[in-house]
Design a protein around this ligand. Structure first.
Ligand SMILES: [Mg+2]
Length: 406
């Protein structure tokens, strides 16, 4: 009879000290043990180390365990041995082909309620959590207004009902104030290369046309049309023409005044610096105006900008536009065009916007994010960010705070 292969799971816990892993693996090395799996996490100053080992064919496990036990005692560590039957190990190996997902939780301050609701849903869906990791920096107790807590879960399995799971995520998000992103972990998720942004109320905290209207003294009329268009109640092109017509006679110099006072969205500078540093291409696809898009392009170092051109004659707005109007459909076409030109797969494209005219491009992109959007837009998009700033996108890409310079 051939001897059963001995597989043992070691769990080591205790205070993290320099050299713990080195000392213990050195003992395993002396016994010529094979390592089938290894994982370690340090929370605060506490170590958790797991090693799945295979005892060499001609050896016995007892002297190895005795040496480990002795050393662990010396170092003040708890150690646990669990023999793993070979068939259990084979079962575990066969699980590795399963689908993988990344669940990202983004919040100003992470609460136990958010975590418990999300993890319960994950388990109810038959998914297994392989790894939990914090992406944001260590969280100070005195939370500033712009603080954020971001945690990433690596999850494996096939959801029992992916649609009901997504609805449940949206409910948890609304109930507990956490953004939850559920992404398939494939080669595209790790290789996104182009990010397309809406401008008004996405990159900047303003609707430029409202600001121009204020200066022209027609704010009430224009803002009523804007709101209706954003709610999807009137056709974008029609509302665009109506609003531009109301700006007739406005002095060109007002444009610069408005541009200089545009408030950037929280996290915008941090986001663009990082995207640029790591070679991502960026674009503004806007139903707003080129003048302001170009202003942001210069300020943030954006690669492409497509928006609407206001006609100016003798230093004044004529109330007309030049060329084709960029509406929702056009935004989607431009996204496709830039991706094609840059030789980037649509799955590698991220689109971000807040309005209903952003939905076509959000649907087309591999990762479409409704950003601080109205409920109707949020409900139609695959992903939504409503709690923290634009730099949330970096966490969805898997960046950690320590990899982001500012
Ligand atoms: Mg917008």
């Amino acid at each position: 009879m051939t001897k059963q292969r001995e597989i043992i799971l070691l769990n080591i816990a205790g205070e993290d000290k320099p050299g713990v892993t080195a000392t213990l693996t050195n003992i395993l090395a002396e016994h010529n043990v094979n390592i089938l799996d290894i994982g370690q996490a340090v929370i605060h100053e506490d170590l958790g180390l797991g090693i799945l080992l295979e005892v060499p064919e001609k050896s016995e496990s007892s002297p190895i365990l005795k040496d480990l036990l002795f050393k662990a005692y010396e170092m003040g560590l708890n150690i646990k041995f669990t023999p793993i039957p070979e068939h259990k190990y084979e079962e575990w190996v066969n699980h590795q082909g399963k689908e993988r997902f990344i669940v990202t939780l983004l919040s100003r301050k992470l609460t136990a309620k958010q975590l418990s609701k999300v993890t319960r849903l994950i388990s109810e869906q038959g998914l297994n959590i392989d790894l939990i990791s914090r992406l944001s920096g260590r969280i100070p107790l005195n939370n500033g207004k712009q603080n954020k807590s971001v945690v990433e879960f690596w999850v494996r399995g096939t959801p029992r009902d992916i649609e009901s799971m997504k609805t449940a995520f949206i409910d948890i998000s609304g109930e507990t104030g956490v953004d939850i992103a559920f992404q398939e972990d494939n080669i595209y998720r790790r290789n996104r290369r182009l990010v397309c942004f809406d401008m008004d109320s996405t990159l900047i905290q303003a609707e430029v046309i409202d600001e121009l209207a204020r200066k022209a003294g027609v704010y009430e009329q224009v803002s009523a049309i804007t709101e209706a268009a954003m709610r999807g109640e009137i056709d974008f092109n029609e509302s665009f023409k109506q609003r531009v017509a109301l700006l007739k006679g406005l002095d060109e110099s007002v444009m610069k005044e408005v541009a200089d006072s545009l408030p950037l969205t929280e996290g915008a500078e941090r986001l663009f610096q990082t995207l640029k540093k790591y070679g991502y291409r960026t674009a503004i696809l806007s139903g707003g105006f080129t003048y302001f898009g170009n202003y942001l392009k210069g300020k943030l170092g954006i690669d492409y900008i497509f928006a609407n051109e206001l006609e100016i004659k003798d230093g004044k707005l004529t109330g007309k536009h030049v060329g084709e109007i960029i509406d929702g459909q056009k935004k989607a076409e431009l996204l496709k065009l830039i991706a094609f030109k840059e030789d980037i797969h649509l799955e590698q494209v991220i689109a971000v916007g807040d309005g209903s005219n952003d939905l076509p491009m959000l649907r087309l992109a591999g990762l479409g994010i409704a950003f601080h959007a109205k409920p109707k837009v949020k409900a139609s998009a695959k992903h939504a960010i409503s709690t923290i700033g634009l730099d949330a996108i970096l966490y969805l890409l898997g960046f950690r705070d320590r990899e982001i310079n500012m």
